[in-house]
Design a protein around this ligand. Structure first.
Ligand SMILES: C[S@@+](CC[C@H](N)C(=O)[O-])C[C@H]1O[C@@H](n2cnc3c(N)ncnc32)[C@H](O)[C@@H]1O
Length: 299
């Protein structure tokens, strides 16, 4: 049996120069403050961590305490870059796929991470359903989202220099497939997906061109780090990090395998046949492209 599901459109990073053009030296501050927030919220050790929308694996260095790390991204070229700079770390598994329809079996991951990914989603509740499914009961979900109601947006709105209302709860699409979210909206959709928010950080409050010119990135980042926790309840920063806990379901057997077939949805070991993983139930094959498990389309 095949189950077909319409999934929302993807923000396509295939072939993009995200690594070299976005993370150039002018974003040293952003990179540093995101790492500080991640370190503060991430359970430091565990069996298996998955980062969804991992891009080229920028944050892999933060996952040293995990026995296995899975990086998922729909853009094969991003994962190819990850493969190059990870230099065949045996702990890392690279998977091409989308958060809307993950090829991972239920309750496979101790910790799930999404950073700079949710803002590309037209359907966050659907993505959270999948994230809740793959995160083991009681496991952690560490996420980042772009905040619609940050201080600068409020001031601009009050001075009538900005069209959208930062206080309204619905997501704001500022460019096609680029969304800012209201903190109350994120709290609601996380709760509906079965997550309880445990801790947060207000991140990048000092992301102002003038400040970045005047103060060296490492000093600005240290200052940001001091402010992240006390400012978290007010969420005045453009970026918010949260740690949420997956609901503790009563009975949950350990998963029999890491992957599931996206064609028939069976969760059980897929057999490796040459350069493919083959589902023993429906015989659908999924290509392995130089070490990357490709679940975008059967092949
Ligand atoms: C701005 S990059 C962030 C990469 C990485 N998390 C980081 O912080 O450096 C966004 C990533 O999300 C991925 N992405 C977009 N839509 C996605 C989806 N539906 N499921 C999973 N990843 C997605 C893109 O391919 C891209 O690599």
């Amino acid at each position: 049996m095949s189950v077909s599901r319409e999934t929302p459109p993807l923000c396509d990073y295939e072939g993009s120069r995200y690594r070299t053009e976005f993370w150039d030296p002018s974003r040293t501050y952003e990179d540093a403050v995101e790492r500080l927030a991640l370190r503060a919220l991430l359970p430091p050790t565990g069996e298996r961590l998955v980062e969804i929308g991992a891009g080229f694996g920028r944050l892999i260095g933060e996952y040293a305490g995990y026995r296995q790390v899975i990086l998922v991204d729909p853009a094969l070229s991003m994962l190819e870059q990850a493969r190059e700079h990870l230099a065949a770390d045996p702990r890392v598994i690279l998977v091409a796929g989308s958060v809307y329809d993950l090829p991972l079996a239920t309750a496979t991951c101790d910790t799930t991470v999404t950073v700079r990914m949710l803002h590309h989603l037209a359907d966050v509740p659907l993505a959270l359903t999948e994230i809740a499914r793959i995160t083991r009961p009681g496991g952690a979900y560490v996420l980042e989202y772009a905040n619609k109601r940050h201080l600068k947006a409020i001031l601009r709105y009050l001075l009538r220099r900005q069209g959208y209302n930062p206080f309204s709860r619905e997501p704001y699409e500022f460019v096609e497939l680029n969304f800012d979210f209201h903190p109350a909206y994120m709290t609601d959709v996380l709760r509906q997906a079965g997550f309880a928010i445990e801790a947060g950080r207000a991140v990048s409050i000092l992301r102002l061109g003038r400040l970045k010119q005047l103060i060296p990135a490492q000093h600005l980042a240290r200052l940001d780090g001091w402010l992240q926790r006390p400012l978290a309840p007010l969420a005045p920063a453009p970026s918010v990090f949260l740690r949420a806990r997956a609901a503790d379901r009563d009975q949950c057997a350990a998963p029999a395998s890491l992957f599931r077939c996206l064609h028939c949805r069976q969760e059980g070991p897929l057999a490796q046949v040459s350069d493919s993983l083959v589902c023993p139930h429906c015989q659908t094959g999924w290509a392995i492209r130089q070490g990357i498990y490709d679940f975008r389309v059967p092949g």
